[in-house]
Design a protein around this ligand. Structure first.
Ligand SMILES: NC(=O)c1ccc[n+]([C@@H]2O[C@H](COP(=O)([O-])OP(=O)(O)OC[C@H]3O[C@@H](n4cnc5c(N)ncnc54)[C@H](OP(=O)(O)O)[C@@H]3O)[C@@H](O)[C@H]2O)c1
Length: 434
């Protein structure tokens, strides 16, 4: 049978990984498909000096993505550039040329997925995006097909490998975040500007996509409460351990009686939960269904080859659809609010909380803090203090019984005005139900 031709724009980490797999695994791929997937054109700003696997040659090279997209022999365009600028133009141009698209771009799909899907459907082409979330974990396929018969009630994920690496290193070695971050940057696990990872936007884009797929709701980044990991210290892990918990950057989408609660934030999770075992730069997703109950997915969240596998598998799926005559497309995104799963403010959630203080020691501190908690109807659960000689900078922790996020915020705001506090108290939810 005639081969299906691919044009790849972006020859960086993911583009390079996809090309290596397409070259080294070409025979297996052809056996599985019944025909060859052939890379006929590649594009990057420095395409002419890029090393392309010899097995794929001859390949047309260009620095102009428009030239690649317009070529009649390109059936599928892989957008592996990233960002929302040029990448958006490439995807739109491919759709206009009625070419199916494979993308690894979470940022673009989280920002404009529903609109791009609308256009793709009108053009009768496919838009595949498995590589955009959790690199090597085929989580889109799971939500789109594997468990689509279930009714998802909650989804929890560790979706940022950089943050997970940093948190687990702080946990293991008791060294501060800045030190681990510098090491992660040397090892290539963290970017020179780490804010998209550390402050949460990267994980938020991924959660937007997963929650849209899981709940069929139109979700945008602004629906997600986001807080990064910069304030987490080795001491927090010490206290978490004393409470039989650990700390991870948790991405959650949970159905409640009020609506859908969406968050990316550091949280205490029980040491015994399966998510606590996710160490280093790995990713994981835990889905709770009404009928099938719990399923768990684990693997590399990034990296040239794991992400390359997701890209190549998407190319194969799209190639099959092209060869078998495309069925009518159904967008994995809803196009409007469905109501039942309408995102609501996190201030409505009820959780137990961990409050960590740094104070200038003096008599009456606990009584003062307990008074503020009582005034917000918050019940104190425990007070913990690890041995410490620094009276001028004394850390301790208060845990409280389940209360609303709004009450905790009000209490923290009032506490922040107290003159013995060296910084605003750190408030982390305790996801005890995981
Ligand atoms: N890295 C990962 O592990 C990973 C995992 C999951 C998803 N992703 C996603 O995959 C995408 C690519 O990431 P990456 O890490 O591979 O990025 P990268 O290493 O920075 O590669 C980006 C590529 O895009 C090319 N490019 C940039 N602007 C271009 C333009 N105007 N025209 C043509 N080519 C252009 C660059 O060209 P030059 O090389 O010639 O400069 C480079 O080859 C992103 O959406 C990212 O979020 C990455």
């Amino acid at each position: 049978m005639e081969e299906v031709n691919v044009g790849i724009v972006g020859l960086g980490n993911v583009g390079g990984g996809a090309l290596a797999i397409l070259a080294e695994n070409a025979d297996q791929i052809a056996l599985k498909l019944g025909y060859r997937l052939r890379v006929v054109a590649v594009c990057s700003r420095t395409a002419h000096s890029k090393k392309i696997p010899a097995a794929l040659e001859p390949v047309f090279r260009t620095t102009d993505w428009r030239e690649l997209v317009a070529r009649p022999d390109v059936h599928i365009v892989a957008e592996l550039v990233g960002g929302t600028g040029v990448a958006g133009e490439i995807v739109e141009a491919a759709i206009e040329h009625r070419k199916s698209v494979v993308t690894a771009n979470k940022e673009l799909m989280a920002a404009c997925g529903p609109e791009l899907w609308d256009r793709a459907i009108r053009s009768g082409i496919n838009l595949a995006m498995e590589a955009s979330v959790c690199g090597g974990i085929p989580i889109h396929a799971v939500l789109r097909e594997g468990i689509s018969g279930d009714r998802v009630v909650a989804l929890y994920g560790i979706l940022n490998g950089t943050c997970n690496y940093i948190l687990t290193e702080i946990e293991k070695r008791g060294v501060p975040l800045v030190e681990v971050l510098a090491e992660a940057q040397r090892l290539g696990y963290a970017e020179a500007d780490p804010s998209a990872d550390l402050d949460g936007p990267d994980a938020r884009s991924k959660l937007v996509l997963l929650a849209a797929l899981a709940f069929g709701e139109k979700i945008t980044p602004s629906d997600v409460f986001m807080e990064g990991i910069r304030r987490i210290t080795p001491l927090d892990f010490q206290y978490a351990r004393a409470l039989n918990h650990t700390i991870r950057l948790i991405c959650g989408a949970r159905q409640t009686a009020d609506g859908l609660i969406l968050f990316v934030r550091p949280a205490l999770i029980p040491s015994s939960t399966i998510l606590a075992g996710v160490q280093g730069p790995y990713n994981a997703v835990w889905v709770k269904g009404q009928f099938g109950e719990d399923t768990f997915y684990y693997g590399w969240g990034a990296g040239a080859l794991p992400t390359g596998v997701a890209v190549v598998s998407d190319l194969m799926r799209v190639a099959r659809e092209i060869r078998s005559g495309s069925p009518a497309r159904v967008s994995p995104f809803a196009h409007e609010r469905l109501g039942e799963y309408q995102p609501v403010s996190i201030t409505l959630q009820r959780r137990a909380y961990y409050l960590r203080f740094r104070v200038e020691d003096r008599p009456g501190i606990i009584a003062k803090l307990a008074g503020i908690l009582a005034s917000k109807n918050i019940s104190l659960e425990a007070v913990l203090q690890e041995p410490c000689n620094t009276k001028h900078d004394l850390p301790f922790v208060i845990t409280v019984e389940p209360t609303s996020e709004q009450s905790i915020r009000d209490a923290v705001e009032e506490m922040s005005r107290l003159d013995f506090l060296l910084e605003t108290p750190l408030a982390l939810p305790m996801e005890t139900g995981l």
